[in-house]
Design a protein around this ligand. Sequence first.
Ligand code: TTP
Length: 212
Amino acid sequence: MNRHKQPPAPLVLASGSPRRLALLDQIGIIPDRLLPAGIEETPERKELPRSMARRLARTKAEVAARAAGRDPALEGAYVLAADTVVAVGRRILPKPEVTDEAAACLRLLSGRAHRVYTAICLLTPKGATRQKLVESRVRFKRLSRSEIEIYLASGEWQGKAGGYAIQGRAGAFVVKLIGSYSNVVGLPLFETMNLLAGEHFDVYERWTEPAA
Ligand SMILES: Cc1cn([C@H]2C[C@H](O)[C@@H](COP(=O)(O)OP(=O)(O)OP(=O)(O)O)O2)c(=O)[nH]c1=O
């Protein structure tokens, strides 16, 4: 046992999304604290999808970092945040809360390709800000009116960018995915791992617990 070994720096996940927590858990990283930023997520005038994803990921990280700064237990923490945007061309799709809005999203996505952007933002204990934008292309099958209705009844679309969740029933609508599956779900794992490792966050040190 090395007596001089420092305890690992804490990790704050600036998210209230159970998907992001589950994805991190999948690669053996359990955050020390969850600090959802709960910010307003509307696009600015003429804002492009990738700019919006980057802006929101950064804002979420900064809001969480301010909260973490008030807690001595989180001194020297890394703060990780992400934002996922679904877009058809320049058009940013909402995160529907009502059925009509979700129906409009699904009608738009039916039989065509769209893009899913997830921006990740990492604030380091030394005060650096690191960002990465990951883009995937998803093609949906043509959806009949009854398929849309049945999907809407599942409620899986609620609060999901673009009104669907690829990790659920909508996985059956995907004809083709080019890019990163975890990116579509909400946290691109390869890039997240790289961002953390590049900033000396010892990911493998967290792999001490046996996988479930
Ligand atoms: C496209 C798609 C999105 N989503 C989810 C991931 C995100 O939770 C959500 C996009 O909204 P976000 O604003 O990125 O995240 P959030 O508000 O849910 O959580 P937080 O800001 O606290 O981190 O859509 C899926 O779960 N599956 C999918 O296939």
